[in-house]
Ligand binder design. Sequence first.
Ligand code: PRT
Ligand code: ZN
Length: 225
Amino acid sequence: MLDRSRLRIAMQKSGRLSEESQKLFASCGIKINLQQQRLIAFAENMPIDILRVRDDDIPGLVMDGVVDLGIIGENVLEEELLNRRAQGEDPRYITLRRLDFGGCRLSIAMPLDAEYTGPQSLQNSRIATSYPHLLKRYLDEQKVRFKSCLLNGSVEVAPRAGLSDAICDLVSTGATLEANGLREVEVIYRSKASLIQRDGEMSDDKQELINKLLTRMQGVIQARE
Ligand code: PRT
Ligand code: ZN
């Protein structure tokens, strides 16, 4: 049985945010043994439990109040926020700090030989993406009608496979786009990892611990700048 008096923090189990999240915890003085392939890791020297999950689950865990804190890419967080709002919910969370890792951009890309003169070139096109809500928000603002093709992986091969005219996917170096004969035509969202807190009552002990961790994080991040 989990002890509700301990601070629960969700982090990505394995992926692009895991190592940096782990390093951040360590530099804040949290001693955790992450060697075991466990879902939950208990800090040895502070009342903290680390929950290690798929990144996609983290926004919901915080919004549902299942965990107290989470480290998550803003792209995933914002997509889940829009997703829940679309379903009539009023999801809440508090952003404690934007972090200095996980940087990337969500961009629209097209085959090299496709003509692109601006968002209007996407009128009535089909766009493959794992981020349908962020894409829709952007193209609605541009008054562009489009059809989305939801893919949770291999988005970059969709045009070549004849599944879509364009894609909307995360980019960091641009090498993946280049390798797939695609060109970035529009950046629609810039993202970094962020530390978020659940909304609602927090015990004094937990809030004090959160404040202490935040102060340490500020120090660590400032020293890296
Ligand atoms: O298993 P789990 O669901 O937890 O992980 P995941 O596979 O969904 O996510 P993961 O680990 O790939 O990414 C986690 C988070 O890292 C993302 O949500 C972003 O916030 C951030 N991030 C930063 C990136 C990238 N950079 C990135 N380059 N996430 C993905 N990519 C992918 C992109 O999708 C594309 O396939 O890398 C490729 C492009 O990279 P470049 O360098 O070739 O442009
Ligand atoms: Zn994921």
